[in-house]
Design a protein around this ligand. Structure first.
Ligand code: CAA
Length: 379
């Protein structure tokens, strides 16, 4: 089978980006949302992004038009899935919402359609049971912004047909991304198992150590070599996305996150981050904007507890054979833009110092910080 027509359900940050990169590789894409105003906004973002890429000579001005025209925005669901080969579902991270979407889809698609979910945390095997034919279901997880981040995690469910895995692997390569297979269908897959808990850990650092957000973020950026600070990245990703991912992950695995109430509070007060003008930080508009972080601010804080939590979750992924160490480092580089490998950072700080920090945190705040056996084996 060769994929030609793709339907992307949901035109938010991820949906419009997935539609755009698919359109940029020659696919005919239907982008579907429940209201025309959402689609109008999404198509404006596609235009903005294509023009940005043209400004940087990554594509030509003619291609801006060509790629834009490869996307058809549609409200009607029947129209959106007519003759489609692949449906990529990128609706908000809410199990009940996804359930109703799949129920509706199953009535109108033909038996050959591939279902791929861009869920950031929900178990693929659980979602695959929502359709009649679970062997045609797979997880395909992109990273924000999909236009720039090279990673796509592929998560097969227990019943996914191997031919579908191959088909999706080829699609990911065709859109010039790097596929990494997540070998176990665990909460948060690979990257979110590290990223989402860090948002909570960074919030704990503010209370426990009386720090400012800019100082913590500067330390993360300049001392741990992240491309953005954690609060900056959380605002950029969206506090709605982070909160929902937290909720769904925590429901399934209590060990993964030590929740901080600030995330729920920001979600409930609709301070979703950059897109709503306020999250941890305040913004001028809803467009791409960066926080003023500096090496001078970074020199005031040692982000060891943040490194310790990231290291522990990275180690958990290896101990539990979710991915190899090489795939893990590659995923963090391509999905979160980490410039230094996490296990190199651990070496730089010293394994014992990282373990001492986890043990100290465990004494004060409980078993969540219990060091993982793989990390212990590095001593
Ligand atoms: N399309 C095209 N261009 C874009 C763009 C888009 N969608 N978004 C931003 N840009 C442009 C910016 O406008 C900017 O252009 P200028 O140079 O003209 O100003 C440029 O790209 C970025 O340059 P910057 O110097 O501001 O930033 P940078 O070099 O740090 O790169 C970044 C930006 C790629 C976002 C980088 O900071 C990064 O990798 N950040 C981490 C992102 C990350 O971790 N993503 C994953 C989050 S988790 C997730 O998504 C999964 C989930 O399920 C929750």
């Amino acid at each position: 089978m060769t994929l030609k027509n793709i339907t992307v359900l949901g035109s938010g940050i991820m949906g419009h980006g997935i539609a755009q990169i698919s359109a940029m590789s020659g696919y005919k894409v239907k982008l579907r949302d429940i209201e025309k105003q959402f689609l109008d906004r999404a198509m404006d973002k596609v235009k903005w992004s294509l023009q940005k890429l043209a400004e940087k000579n990554k594509i030509t001005n003619d291609q801006v038009e060509e790629f834009y025209n490869n996307i058809t925005p549609v409200v009607d669901l029947n129209e959106a899935v007519k003759e489609t080969d692949l449906i990529i579902e990128a609706v908000p991270e809410d199990y009940n919402l996804k359930k109703s979407v799949y129920k509706e889809l199953d009535k109108i698609t033909d038996s050959k359609t591939i279902y791929a979910s861009n869920t950031s945390t929900l178990p693929i095997t659980e979602l695959s049971k929502l359709i009649d034919n679970p062997n045609r279901f797979i997880g395909v997880h992109f990273f924000n912004p999909p236009q720039l981040m090279k990673l796509v995690e592929i998560i097969p469910g227990t019943e996914t047909d191997p031919l579908i895995i191959e088909e999706i692997n080829n699609y990911v390569k065709k859109i010039r991304k790097t596929p990494i297979i997540c070998k176990k269908d665990v909460a948060g897959f690979i990257v979110n198992r590290i990223f989402i808990p860090l948002v909570h850990e960074a919030a704990h650092c503010l209370d426990r150590e009386n720090n400012s957000m800019e100082i913590v973020d500067s330390a993360v950026k300049y001392r741990l070599d992240f491309p953005m600070g954690i609060f900056e990245l959380a605002d950029y990703t969206g506090l709605d996305v982070i909160y929902k991912a937290t909720y769904e992950m925590n429901l399934r695995d209590k060990k993964v996150i030590l929740p901080h109430p600030k995330i729920k509070e920001l979600y409930e007060t609709k301070h979703f981050g950059q897109k709503s003008g306020k999250g941890f930080y305040e913004y001028k508009g809803d467009k791409y904007e960066r926080i003023d972080l500096s090496e001078e601010k970074a020199s005031k804080y040692d982000p060891i507890s943040i490194l310790a939590v990231a290291s522990n979750n990275a180690s958990w992924l290896i101990s539990n054979e979710v991915c190899s160490k090489e795939d893990l480092e590659n995923a963090l580089k391509l999905g979160m833009g980490l410039k230094t490998e996490i296990f190199k950072l651990i070496e730089k700080y010293g394994v014992q110092k990282v373990l001492d920090e986890l043990n100290k945190l465990k004494e004060k705040y409980g078993e969540f910080y219990l060091p993982d056996k793989y990390l212990l084996s590095l001593k």
